[in-house]
Structures are given as structure tokens and as C-alpha cells.
Design a protein around this ligand. Structure first.
Ligand code: TMP
Ligand code: ZN
Length: 393
């Protein structure tokens, strides 16, 4: 049981999703008996308002050599990060000299800064992503970002005009060290911009499947404002982003800048709102399970579309195994011929989807809904959305 990772206050638990395996722990049958489980629950800090995991598996169990993810594998995300880089430069207001990215992956975003004449520095702990970034000609250090790395960087190159990060900060449990590092490394006129899946979108969509071991924090403007202030900085603007089911981009500075929070309202984001959310999550489970039971009783075939990390939360929380879902089709070959964590549903190659043409497919990659519906225009079966209340599209 953990206290708030920002302020040490005790956390108020509002949702317990039960015994859970690692979201990306896809495994072979021979490993079923050694599978690792922990308790997935989230709490709220009444001091800083930050929603966070109550218990987290050791990072070595999650981010190891079996974790291959490259930004450049999604054209849509590469375009999104190009736009993010241009947005950050425009908000900064002049040509930045030094840009640092925390968790720079294969260098997809830094490349844009480099093209604009900035000196780029990537910080990337994953060896495979780091190697890929180097081969793309992006200057990168194979390190974790924390206050120590920040100090060394500051001594060697001076302060950074821009520090950026995307979908990384929510993974780092020692968030105080990250913010302390940023406040030391950032130039007095500099800006720190990062974006993460937004707790407001999770609440709205009842997308509780965004909650899994790799995401320690579920940020809001209210909580980020308090963390920034704790380290002598201020949050001056937020902007919604249409990625990962709804993200928020946070803009932080050291000096004062005109503020703009017009697009978000978090007045009711207190503990009661989170207890209401927990009730809706339970209802969602009930509707999802009932729908699958109904379809199965009628003799339909049901499969999953995309073996996402999110699907691990849904399947384990709802207790859905092979008796409901025959298999999950996925494009990542590292997952083929393995089974889903905890629920042991076979994962097979997406190449077979068209031929098999199953009657119902649960859209576990619901955050790519439009792209997928467009790609599967000829599919004769129907897609099922697992939440807010399960329904057939
Ligand atoms: P993630 O949400 O944990 O990053 O996992 C995404 C998984 O979904 C990845 O294994 C690829 C798979 N996927 C498909 O199989 N088809 C698709 O159309 C999309 C968008 C993802
Ligand atoms: Zn706190």
C-alpha cells in the first residue's frame, strides 16, 4: 500500500479491479503456472488531487527486452508528434536553442525540432528505442530521466529552452525527481510541455481499461498545477488532444505567462466523482458480460480485435476467458501464438481475420475506432464496444 507519490499523503482508494497480471504479459502455455499477479487498485490524493495506482509491480517486470514499441510504427502518431513539436515551438515564441525530450523513443518528435535547427537531446532508457534513435541520427542518451541526469546535462550543455515529453511521465513512479530535474534544467524563459491520457476522458467514457500496471498516474490540470507549483513552476495552459482516447497537453513555465484553462473544467473532480466512476465501471462490467453471454447462448462466434494492454484489464476484471472469446486477432507478431495474460485466450495473426470473418468482434483498440472501421469496411460481422455500457456498433 502506497502513499501519494507527490506529497506523501495517504491515498483514498475508490476502485479495486482485483487480481491482475501484467498488461503486456502475453505468455506461452508452458508459463501459465508461473504467472505473476498483483492487485490493481487506484486511489485519490485529497491534497494534490492526483489519481494513482495503489500498488505497482516492479518496473523490471514491465519494461524489459520483451517490450518492443516504436513510435514510428504508427503513421498517425508520427504526424501527431510533428504537430506537437510545431505547437511547442510556436508557444515558446522564438527559435529554441536546446530541446530535451524525456522518453524520446526512436526520435520521431526530436527529428522535427532538429529540422528546425534546434540542438536535440533525447533521454531514452529502452536500449532498442535508443539504438533506433541513433540510427536515425538523433542525439540520444540511454538513461532514465531524473534529477541526477538533469544535473549532469545542465553541467554539460547548459539549460534547456524546451523540455517535452509524451506518454512517458505517467509511467515514472518517482515523479518528484522528474519535476525537480525539469525545474533545474529548464531555462528561466523555457517551457516544459508534456501530454498524457486525461483522467477527465477516462471518467467521461468510463474507459477504466486505461488503468493498468504501466500507468502509475492519471493526471488532471488540477493535479499537474499543484505538482508544478511544488517545484517553483506554473502550469499556464492546457489543450485537449484526440489521441489515446483523450489526452491533455500541459504547458508549464518558470516565469509568468498568460494563462488559458478555458477548455477544461474540473470543478467536480473530487472523491465523490471518483466513487461515482467506480459504480459506472461495475455497471459496465455487468453489461459487457451479459451481452457476451446473450450472444454466446444464441450460438454466435465472438472474437477480440487487437490484443491491447487495455484488454488485459477488461478481460481479467470481467472474468472473460476462452469460453466467451475464441481468440484475439492482432498485428504484432511478438504476440502471435501466445495467450492473453491471466485469461489465456489465444492471440493469432491479424492476417486470418478477413478469412475467418467472425460474427462478433470486441473492439479492444476502441481508441482507433474510426481508423479501424474505415479499414474493415468489408467486414460482414459486427463490432462490440466494451464501455461505457457494452453495445454492438
Ligand atoms: P497497446 O494499446 O497496448 O499499445 O496495443 C495495441 C495492440 O493493438 C498492438 O498489439 C497492435 C494491435 N492493433 C491491431 O492489431 N490492429 C489495429 O488496427 C490496431 C490499431 C492495433
Ligand atoms: Zn498528493
Amino acid at each position: 500500500m502506497c502513499n501519494c507519490r507527490v506529497c506523501g499523503n495517504s491515498l483514498e482508494k475508490f476502485l479495486d479491479l482485483g487480481k491482475m497480471p501484467l498488461a503486456n504479459g502475453f505468455l506461452y502455455e508452458k508459463d501459465f503456472s508461473n504467472e505473476y499477479f498483483y492487485n490493481l487498485a487506484v486511489g485519490f490524493c485529497n491534497d494534490c488531487s492526483l489519481v494513482q495506482l495503489i500498488e505497482q509491480p516492479e518496473p523490471e517486470k514491465m519494461f524489459n527486452e520483451n517490450y518492443p514499441f516504436f513510435t514510428s510504427s504508427s503513421k498517425f502518431m508520427v504526424e501527431h508528434f510533428r504537430n506537437m513539436a510545431l505547437d511547442v515551438i510556436s508557444v515558446y515564441g522564438s527559435d529554441p536553442r536546446i530541446v530535451v525530450e524525456i522518453g524520446s523513443n526512436d526520435g520521431s518528435m526530436l527529428k522535427v525540432f532538429k529540422e528546425r535547427g534546434c540542438e536535440e537531446i533525447g533521454i531514452e532508457p529502452s536500449k532498442s528505442a535508443y539504438t533506433k534513435a541513433l540510427s536515425n541520427g538523433i542525439f540520444t542518451l540511454n538513461e532514465f530521466f531524473n534529477k541526477e541526469t538533469a544535473r549532469v546535462l545542465w553541467q554539460e550543455v547548459g539549460s534547456a529552452d524546451i523540455i517535452v515529453s509524451a506518454n512517458v511521465i505517467c509511467h515514472i513512479a518517482d515523479i518528484n525527481s522528474v519535476f525537480e530535474g525539469v525545474s533545474e534544467l529548464l531555462d528561466e524563459d523555457g517551457i516544459f510541455v508534456f501530454e498524457e491520457p486525461y483522467i477527465g476522458s477516462i471518467l467521461n467514457k468510463v474507459s477504466y481499461d486505461q488503468i493498468y500496471d504501466e500507468h502509475v498516474f492519471y493526471f488532471s490540470a488540477t493535479s499537474v498545477k499543484k505538482i508544478a507549483e511544488k517545484f517553483g513552476m506554473s502550469l499556464f495552459m492546457v489543450r485537449k488532444q484526440n489521441v489515446h482516447g483523450g489526452s491533455l497537453r500541459y504547458y508549464i513555465c518558470k516565469d509568468s505567462r498568460p494563462t488559458d484553462f478555458s477548455l477544461v473544467s474540473e470543478k467536480d473532480f473530487g472523491i465523490n466523482k471518483f466513487f461515482e466512476f467506480a459504480d459506472l465501471v461495475e455497471k459496465s462490467k455487468y453489461t459487457f458480460k451479459s451481452l457476451l453471454e446473450y450472444l454466446k447462448d444464441k450460438g454466435n462466434s465472438i472474437v477480440g480485435y487487437a490484443a491491447t494492454s487495455k484488454s488485459t484489464t477488461i478481460l481479467n476484471y470481467c472474468g472473460i476467458d476462452n469460453s466467451y472469446i475464441d481468440c484475439i486477432y492482432d498485428t504484432t507478431k511478438e504476440k502471435w501464438n501466445k495467450f492473453t495474460p491471466g485469461t489465456h485466450i489465444p492471440v493469432i495473426s491479424y492476417d486470418r481475420f478477413k478469412n475467418d470473418s467472425p460474427e462478433y468482434s470486441v473492439l479492444f483498440a476502441w481508441n482507433h475506432r474510426n481508423e479501424i472501421l474505415n479499414k474493415e469496411k468489408d467486414y460482414k460481422g459486427k463490432f462490440i464496444l466494451p464501455h461505457p455500457t457494452a453495445r454492438i456498433l
